[in-house]
Design a protein around this ligand. Structure first.
Ligand code: SF4
Ligand code: SF4
Length: 157
């Protein structure tokens, strides 16, 4: 998170006042490499001789992220994307929240196994990493996780 924050600030600084270029897009984001540079180089051999250090750097970032996907779920979103950091910070103002009824929890860990961003049950209701996918809510056999408002107890209805 600290790394992402530093990159955001650094990128905005470079973009806004120093280099006058979209620094994050130019130096870090591998999207252009994947969807632009690689297809272009594959289709036009004459361009391959013009490949420089920046392309190698971006290709390196792309390959590292590709390798990380073998072990980490959505590594680009988690470690590099500044939008994720901004959205995560805005999570604290979200109207959509997940409540955890700790008293009913049997610590079966089903919710943690279902969570795509590997949040613990203690973090579910307050983590900025939560993407509100609802998998934990669906997975909980005790129905002690629920979206927003007060939980209606199915046993009492
Ligand atoms: S809503 Fe999705 S991301 Fe958030 S804690 Fe539940 S399973 Fe994890
Ligand atoms: S799935 Fe439900 S009962 Fe199991 S640990 Fe998570 S919150 Fe607790």
């Amino acid at each position: 998170m600290v790394l992402v924050g530093l990159m955001c600030v650094g990128s905005m600084f470079l973009w806004g006042s120093f280099a006058k270029v979209p620094a994050f897009c130019k130096y870090l984001c591998p999207s252009g490499t994947l969807f632009g540079a690689l297809p272009l180089l594959g289709a036009n051999e004459s361009l391959q001789s013009q490949v420089g250090g920046l392309f190698s750097w971006k290709l390196g970032i792309f390959l590292v992220i590709l390798l990380l996907t073998l072990k980490v779920y959505r590594p680009f979103c988690q470690y590099l994307c500044p939008l994720g950091a901004i959205y995560g910070w805005l999570n604290r103002f979200s109207l959509v929240r997940i409540h955890w009824d700790e008293g009913r929890c049997t610590s079966c860990m089903t919710c943690e196994r279902a969570c795509p961003v590997a949040l613990s049950r203690q973090e579910i209701s307050r983590s900025q990493e939560c993407i509100r996918c609802g998998r934990c809510v669906d997975a909980c056999p005790e129905k002690c996780l629920h979206f927003g408002g007060e939980r209606t107890d199915p046993l009492k209805s």
